[in-house]
Write a protein that binds this ligand. Sequence first.
Ligand SMILES: *Cc1c(COP(=O)(O)O)cnc(C)c1O
Length: 714
Amino acid sequence: MRVTSVGPHGRRDAGRTSLGNVRTVNPDAALPDEPRARLRRQLEDLARNFRWVWDVPTQQLFARVSVDGWEVGHRSPLQLLADLEESTWRDLAADADFVRDADHLHAELLAYVQPGRPPRAPQVAYFSPEFGVAESLPQYSGGLGVLAGDHLKAASDLDLSLVGVGLFYRQGFFRQELVPGQGQLEHYRDIRPEMVGLQKVHGAAATVAVGDENVAVQVWKADVGRITLLLLDTHVDGNSERARHITDRLYGGDQAHRVRQELILGVAGVRVLRSLGMAPRVYHLNEGHAGFLALERIRAQMVSSGASLHEAVEQNRASLVFTTHTPVPAGIDRFPRDLMQTYLGGWCEGVGVSIDELMELGRYADDGPDAFNMAAFCLRVSGRANGVSQLHGAVSRSMFASVFPDTPERDVPITAVTNGVHARTWTSPEVQAIFDRVIGVDWPDASADDWRAVSALGDDELRDARVAARERLVRFVRDRLAERGQTHAAEALDPGALTIGFARRFATYKRATLLLSDRDRLERLLLDGDRPVQVVFAGKAHPADEPGKALLRQVLEVSADPTFAGRFVFIDDYDIGVARALYHGSDVWLNNPVRPQEACGTSGEKAALNGALNFSVLDGWWAEMYDGGNGWSIPSFEEFEDRVTRDAAEVGVLYDVLENEIVPLFYADGRPLSSRWLDRVRHTWASLGPQVTASRMVRDYQDRLYRPIPGRPY
Ligand SMILES: *Cc1c(COP(=O)(O)O)cnc(C)c1O
């Protein structure tokens, strides 16, 4: 099947996808006189550029088209427009207010992307196996992808010259169904690229040897504000059935499948950029999955200049930036020698290098000589590397010290850039309105001084914003449970109760069941009639993670226990939409990983921007940003080697703090959201606002990792 981008009038829209001037919006196209056609074109332009994800007025415009189609349909604007009846178009075009607002927002989009300005060659190519841009584009599984999406959005706002490179997975990541007694079921659906906002890039192509066959890719692009995201797809006529399936699902299949995907991402990714005439100065590897791009760069160097393997590594080093994202070994690709032989034997032959020499580049002490560790490889070939929080940087220096045997641990060349989150994507409309007014519309990039303005906010205004967001969360939960046919959906949760949010992947180190491990205290907490507390849970387990799935079943059981009657709910199909509802409406954001295994954690940053107070283990970002007043900490008893003893000790303190500090403070004035609580919300904003945003993060990358290395050629 070959799919071509179809323009608003049904014609092929080749002009919009010529790279170098990658734009959705074309202001000079002759506007049809017909108001309905003009409105349609404007709405489709607004839908096709993912800037709508962080523009509340554009979202509100889509919701006016059809509230149900918008929220129930997973906020998929192109689908929304495609489903409209002709009569609705007629009504919209006859609605003068609507037409004026569409006109205005379309003009704002044009002003943002400036389609007329000369194209710039991207300086930075950002490679990632997943990108979480919107829930309507399910090309992400969790934090890594959402972070990549936030990186692109912040780069767009800061007007960096950056291009994103990833894969287009025909079936994306799985949708989760929860079945009592069984746990998680996984469903996959085919995605139609043009329906989710992708456009075919004509003239971009690459072919890569994958094992014993040549595989061709086609390329899609997403416009993320001013940034282009290129997604490679092997579902191409002429490819074998097996080759077409390489980009079928995110994190599906076995290790061989993973190698095949990573060859497409890394090797074909570099070749696609070349085919488009792009020669970025920096290649940023977001996690080791993109590591094979280095091999393609090294190969090209060896072939063109006759350099040896080690000379080529040296010559390329300055162009490679590597970000490691996890200290958990299961999160790092380690490919066995026979697999490397099968899929990279041809690479070795092509440059005259033995498989042993290649394996040596991916050697990691604990894995032995027959494993190729992608993180170790990326560290050996990259000029700069970082972890994603200060603590994770230190953990990584220790963990990878053996890769740098001549360097003392403290000098291991792995620095840290703490992750941040894209502020306007993740904050509620209520909170954005407050910040727009008291800090100014540039608040996502404001200084610590500017953020101090929030201390002047009045209790009532703050309380109203928090209550509105919590009520929306409660409605969201009830609607979702009703959709799933649950009988007591309408009584689930209490819109006035202290709400604890917990949403994350069910990786075992995140200890999703810690809170449940003391059932008596949980009951007392949730069933208190005077000071009600409730918990909202969400999360997916990786399809192959059996221990994670077992934890998920335990949480599901508690949520079905009538004892807790609507005070403990588990929302299915955790995605960007579920996450957003939880960040907006939770009063307390709970995170209790086994320290120091949470490299950063970004959900707490999103909750904090919305005025939730964090209650977390001092791991990742929280270890450096908790100041004693902007939330609470959960101590880590790392001295207990036995996990059962350690968990018991940590959950004991967790309940102490909840019972003695958090709940009493929330209800201190005899009603929810006491003024002392609101003091903490203001302090949370003032202290964390300037630190947790993706603008701060991308600026750090720009200043510290993307800058030329003095004295190094490119
Ligand atoms: C932010 C986010 C994550 C990452 O959260 P952690 O705190 O790192 O677990 C995962 N999934 C979604 C949908 C998110 O928005």
